[in-house]
Design a protein around this ligand. Structure first.
Ligand code: NAD
Length: 408
């Protein structure tokens, strides 16, 4: 798309927003944003018209005005009155949606994980930088009290020297087994597949379930790794510019769930080596973790104390596993959507800035590069690329785009 001159939203002006992808999270983000008085939702875009009616009614009732409906997001981006977009499409569409939005002069609230593969993450962060766009990513844990408090405590040095981080997700979702079938008339399946590989339509591999299929998602390592490893990386960094691993190894496969169309690994154990400071992180995709939260991040200090944080709480444990008193360090953060709207007006970096979430998403992709190549992959943070060939020949590193789609 040709670059457009971005419109600057004034301090007291409305922020006019369009939604790309009216599924579960796109609609949820839209509803969160509609709670803020300066937001006006003007347009909805989806390639499946079955997904629009509920959102249409919500928007019409709130603004007493019919939102414009689009099937092709590029048409929506041509509108001069739209300041910003919510990107709630599946992961395989984020790169094109976001880069096109940047080039059209729109700010974005883009869902996590930032991308389907590593090269896309690098290009997306570059596009936002080049066009000076404000891009908040959907890693909303960065704006909730338990995570900000735990991160502040770890960063304060009170836990001492940290030598080990652990992050995990326990999940055993199945998508069942189905035969290909006719595409519903409401659904533009060719546009839904977009830059991914064309495969016969199966209704258990599209809405929501695409995340269990590596052609369109990255499995739990990107879906949840981008939340839980993000917290470890933030805790181990002074700010949003994250410490990055130098080497990553991973093992796993589809060993727990059989007789199912899902091809994303149900089992993964990854080891990530960091050098400045020296520590290791493990990332686990498990079936269950009895006695521990189903998703979690832990920081372990040299003297054996642990900070454990999950959605709903955080705790400090001594070396014997006994809980010790904690403190609330930070003021309650503004909500994640409020933070984006404020930054759209002030042009500051939001709390989950695209350049930072690109780093976390790259870490997730490095795990999948290592898993699928069976090799230890090495990361050159200065060059923003792998060192050598290990991991390069994987879908997690880069995908061939199905024409006519092309990664700019
Ligand atoms: N932040 C969070 O906690 C969180 C939670 C759930 C999902 N997500 C993320 O939100 C995104 C969407 O996930 P979901 O569960 O809502 O998926 P979903 O399948 O329910 O919704 C995606 C929607 O996008 C539409 N779509 C696909 N391609 C499109 C295109 N080119 N143009 C317009 N619309 C298109 C689909 O038809 C569908 O309605 C994913 O990136 C996911 O990882 C984030």
């Amino acid at each position: 798309m040709a670059s457009a001159t971005p419109k600057q939203v004034g301090a007291n002006e409305k922020i006019v927003i369009g939604l790309i992808g009216c599924g579960g999270m796109g609609a949820s983000n839209m509803r969160s944003l509609m709670g803020h008085p300066e937001v006006e939702i003007a347009a909805l875009c989806d390639v499946d018209t079955r997904r629009i009616p509920g959102d249409y009614k919500t928007v019409e009732d709130k603004y007493n005005r019919k939102p414009e409906i689009y099937r092709d997001y590029r048409k929506m981006l041509e509108r001069k009155d739209i300041d910003a977009v919510i990107i709630g499409t599946p992961d395989h569409w984020h790169a094109l949606n976001l880069i096109d939005a940047c080039d059209a002069g729109k700010d974005s609230y883009c869902e996590k994980p930032l991308s389907h593969n590593l090269v896309e993450s690098v290009k997306m962060a570059e596009a936002a930088r080049r066009t000076k766009r404000v891009v908040q990513c959907g890693t909303w844990q960065r704006s909730t009290r338990e995570f900000t408090d735990a991160i502040a405590y770890v960063r304060s040095g009170k836990l001492g020297k940290i030598v080990h981080c652990r992050a995990w997700i326990a999940d055993g979702t199945r998508i069942g087994k189905k035969q290909p079938s006719a595409v519903p008339s409401s659904f533009d399946y060719d546009m839904w597949i977009g830059p991914a590989k064309m495969v016969p339509y199966q209704d258990n591999k599209v809405h929501w379930n695409w995340r269990w299929v590596m052609n369109t998602g990255g499995g739990l390592t990107t879906d949840w790794g981008v939340h839980m490893m993000d917290i470890a990386l933030l805790g181990m960094s002074a700010d949003q510019n994250l410490v990055m691993p130098t080497q990553v190894s991973a093992f796993g496969g589809n060993w727990a769930i059989s007789d199912d169309d899902r091809d994303a690994p149900d089992t993964t154990e990854a080891i990530l080596r960091f050098e400045d400071p020296d520590f290791v992180m493990t990332w686990s995709v498990l079936r269950d973790h009895p006695g521990k939260p189903g998703h979690c991040t832990e920081f372990v200090s040299a003297d054996g104390r642990t900070v454990r944080v999950w959605r709903g709480g955080w705790m400090i444990l001594d070396a014997d596993g006994k809980e010790i008193p904690k403190e609330q360090a930070d003021p309650v953060p503004t909500d994640h959507w409020r933070n984006w709207l404020d930054c759209v007006k002030t042009r500051q970096k939001p709390r989950a800035d695209v350049s930072s979430v690109a780093q976390t998403t790259i870490v997730c992709h490095l795990v999948n590069c290592a898993l699928y190549s069976g090799e230890t992959v090495r990361w050159d943070n200065r060059r923003q690329d792998l060192i050598g060939n290990a991991g390069r020949d994987t879908l997690a590193y880069q995908r061939p785009y199905r024409g006519p789609w092309r990664l700019p």
